[in-house]
Design a protein around this ligand. Structure first.
Ligand SMILES: Cc1cc2nc3c(=O)[nH]c(=O)nc-3n(C[C@H](O)[C@H](O)[C@H](O)COP(=O)(O)OP(=O)(O)OC[C@H]3O[C@@H](n4cnc5c(N)ncnc54)[C@H](O)[C@@H]3O)c2cc1C
Length: 494
C-alpha cells in the first residue's frame, strides 16, 4: 500500500529510491506506477497537501503562490492544482484522445518553434488503450457511454437542427446506475468527487503500489526548489523547501523525473543554475520556458426566456460538468487556418447557478510562439524563491479561430431559444488549467529541450514527462494524452 505522508513526519532513508519524481499529478503518478511495475522504489515529492472529498478548488488553491503577468501584477495562476493528485483531483474527467492533426499541427498553424510532436498517434495507441481501462473511460472499449444530461439533450437537439453533429463526451466517470457510479450529488466542476465515481490518481489506484514489485512513497508538504549537480554533470540532490519548518533540506537522487506542470517544471529548470547549466538545466539554447501554451478558450452563456419555466433549462444541474460536444470544427474549411477545436456543454459549478442558463465552452490549442514564456522575476516570494512571471499574448490567427468557435457557440444557444447570449470575460495570459509547451520535445538540442522519451538533452539522469513536452497543446482536453504519453516515456526507462 502506497505510503503517503507529510515530509515533517518522514523517516525515510532517501538513498534507497531509484527515482524521485517531482509532482503527484496524473503525469507524476503514472510515471511512479510504471516504474513501480518495473520493480523500482520511487519517491514522489509534492508541494500541496491532501484534499478532502467534496473540497472546492478555489479556496484550496488560495494558499499557493500567484505569478506575475506581463503587465506586472501578481494575478497569474501558475498551478493546475497544488495538492496530492494534482489537477486530476478537481478536473471534469473529459478524456478525449488527441488526433493526428494535434501531433502534426504545422500543416495548419504558423509559429517560430517546433510544433509537430516527435511521435505519431500509433506510438500513443497502446497507452491510450491502457489508460482507458485504468480510468474506465465511458464509451471506450466495453465501457458504457455516459448518458447526456437534460441540458446536454437540449443542446444536442439544437446542434442537429443546425446541421452540426453532436456526440457523447468520453468521461472518466462511472455512469449513474453502474457499480459505484455517479450519484449526481452536485455539479462536478472544480469539485473533488466525494464518492470516487470520477477517476483520480487515488480513486483508480494509479498511485497504489499494492501488488506491484516496486514501491511508491508520496512525500508532500515540500517544494522542490533546485536540482543540484555533481561535478560529472549528473543530478545529485534536490534542494527542497519545507514551509512548515522554514527549512531547506536535500534529498539525494539517482534519477529525477520532473512532472510539476509546464509552468512549474520550467521554473524549476530555470532555478537550477550551476557550472554545468549556467542558464538553467536544458536551457543552453534559451528554450526553457518558451512556447508556453494555455489553450485558447472561452464560454458563451445563453439566458433562457422565463416564459417557458417548464423547459429543462430552468432546473438546477446535478452531475458532470459536460456530457455532449461537437468536433464539427476541429479540422474544417470554414475555420480560420482550417483548424478549430471543440464546443461542449459546460455547466456552472453550483447546481442552482444553472437555473435559467445554458453554457457552452469552446477550446482549441494555440500557436506556440517563443515570445510566450515563463521567466523568473527578480522579485522573490515570502520564502525567498524567485517569483514566476508569464509573458504571453495571442496571435491574430488564434483570435480569429477563437472568435469563429465563439460565434458557432452563440448560434447554438440562440437556436436553443436563448433570449440573450453573453460571452464570459476571458483572462488569456493569466494561467489556465491546460498547461503545455515550455520544454519542447525533439531530436535537435537547438530546437528542443528533451528527446522523444523525455530525457533532457545533454543530461543522463534528468527527465521531464508532463505537459511541458507537448509541442502543440492539442485542440481538446489533455489529461488522457498526458497520462498516455507519460506512461510511454516512463516505459522507455531502463
Ligand atoms: C478545474 C479543472 C478542470 C479540469 N478539467 C479537465 C478535464 O475535464 N479534462 C482534462 O483533460 N483536463 C482537465 N483539467 C486539466 C488537468 O487536470 C491537467 O491537465 C492535469 O492535471 C495536468 O497533469 P500534470 O500531472 O501534468 O500536472 P498537475 O496536475 O498540475 O500536477 C503537478 C503537481 O506538481 C506539484 N508541484 C509543482 N511544482 C512543484 C515543486 N516545485 N515541488 C513539489 N511539487 C510541485 C503541484 O502541486 C501539482 O500537484 C482540469 C483542470 C482543472 C483545474
Amino acid at each position: 500500500m502506497t505510503d503517503i505522508r507529510h515530509i515533517a513526519a518522514d523517516s525515510y532513508n532517501y538513498k534507497t529510491f531509484d527515482a524521485v519524481i517531482v509532482g503527484s499529478g496524473p503525469s507524476g503518478s503514472i510515471v511512479a506506477r510504471t516504474l513501480a511495475e518495473k520493480g523500482c522504489h520511487v519517491a514522489v515529492l509534492e508541494y500541496g497537501g491532501l484534499v478532502s472529498p467534496g473540497a472546492m478548488l478555489g479556496p484550496h488553491q488560495a494558499a499557493y503562490g500567484k505569478a506575475l503577468t506581463s503587465n506586472g501584477p501578481a494575478d497569474g495562476n501558475p498551478w493546475t492544482a497544488c495538492c496530492v493528485g494534482g489537477g486530476m483531483r478537481f478536473y471534469n474527467a473529459i478524456t478525449f484522445r488527441y488526433r493526428q492533426a494535434d501531433l502534426s499541427a504545422s500543416q495548419y498553424l504558423t509559429t517560430d518553434m517546433e510544433i509537430d510532436w516527435p511521435i505519431t498517434l500509433q506510438d500513443l495507441e497502446p497507452y491510450y488503450l491502457e489508460i482507458e481501462h485504468l480510468l474506465e473511460i465511458s464509451g471506450a472499449d466495453g465501457f458504457p457511454s455516459f448518458p447526456a444530461s437534460p441540458r446536454g439533450l437540449m443542446l444536442s437537439d439544437a446542434m442537429q437542427e443546425l446541421g452540426i453533429r453532436s456526440k457523447s463526451i468520453p468521461l472518466a466517470i462511472r455512469p449513474p446506475g453502474t457499480n459505484k457510479g455517479c450519484i449526481k450529488c452536485s455539479a462536478c466542476d472544480e469539485l473533488a468527487c466525494p464518492t470516487d465515481a470520477r477517476a483520480s490518481v487515488l480513486a483508480r489506484s494509479i498511485l497504489d503500489d499494492s501488488a506491484l514489485p516496486g514501491t511508491i512513497s508520496v512525500i508532500y508538504g515540500c517544494f522542490v526548489n533546485r536540482i543540484e549537480m555533481r561535478n560529472d554533470g549528473r543530478a545529485e540532490t534536490l534542494e527542497c523547501y519545507v514551509p512548515l519548518s522554514s527549512e531547506l533540506i536535500r534529498i539525494p537522487v539517482e534519477r529525477v523525473i520532473v512532472c510539476a506542470n509546464a509552468i512549474q517544471s520550467a521554473a524549476l529548470m530555470l532555478r537550477s543554475k550551476s557550472g554545468h547549466a549556467p542558464k538553467g538545466i536544458g536551457n543552453e539554447s534559451g528554450l526553457v520556458g518558451r512556447g508556453l501554451s494555455f489553450k485558447i478558450s472561452g464560454y458563451s452563456v445563453g439566458y433562457m426566456e422565463p416564459a417557458d419555466p417548464s423547459s429543462g433549462a430552468f432546473a438546477p444541474h446535478w452531475g458532470p460538468h459536460a456530457s455532449v460536444y461537437t468536433d464539427e470544427f476541429y479540422e474544417h474549411n470554414d475555420v480560420p487556418c482550417r483548424f478549430g477545436g471543440l464546443i461542449y456543454e459546460a455547466n456552472f459549478p453550483s447546481p442552482a447557478a444553472n437555473v435559467g442558463r445554458v453554457r457552452l465552452h469552446y477550446i482549441a490549442g494555440e500557436e506556440p510562439w517563443s515570445h510566450n514564456r515563463v521567466v523568473l522575476d527578480e522579485a522573490v516570494d515570502q520564502h525567498g524563491i524567485p517569483c514566476i512571471r508569464f509573458e504571453y499574448r495571442n496571435s491574430e490567427n488564434d483570435r480569429a479561430r477563437m472568435n469563429f468557435l465563439a460565434d458557432r457557440a452563440d448560434d447554438i444557444l440562440r437556436h436553443l431559444g436563448a433570449s440573450r447570449v453573453e460571452r464570459e470575460p476571458s483572462f488569456q495570459g493569466k494561467g489556465g488549467s491546460h498547461l503545455h509547451g515550455t520544454m519542447r520535445a525533439g531530436s535537435d538540442p537547438r530546437t528542443s529541450v528533451v528527446d522523444s522519451r523525455g530525457r533532457v538533452h545533454g543530461f543522463t539522469n534528468i527527465h521531464v514527462m508532463d505537459g511541458s513536452v507537448m509541442n502543440f497543446a492539442g485542440n481538446s482536453n489533455p489529461a488522457h494524452t498526458l497520462l498516455a504519453n507519460a506512461r510511454r516515456m516512463a516505459m522507455s526507462l531502463k
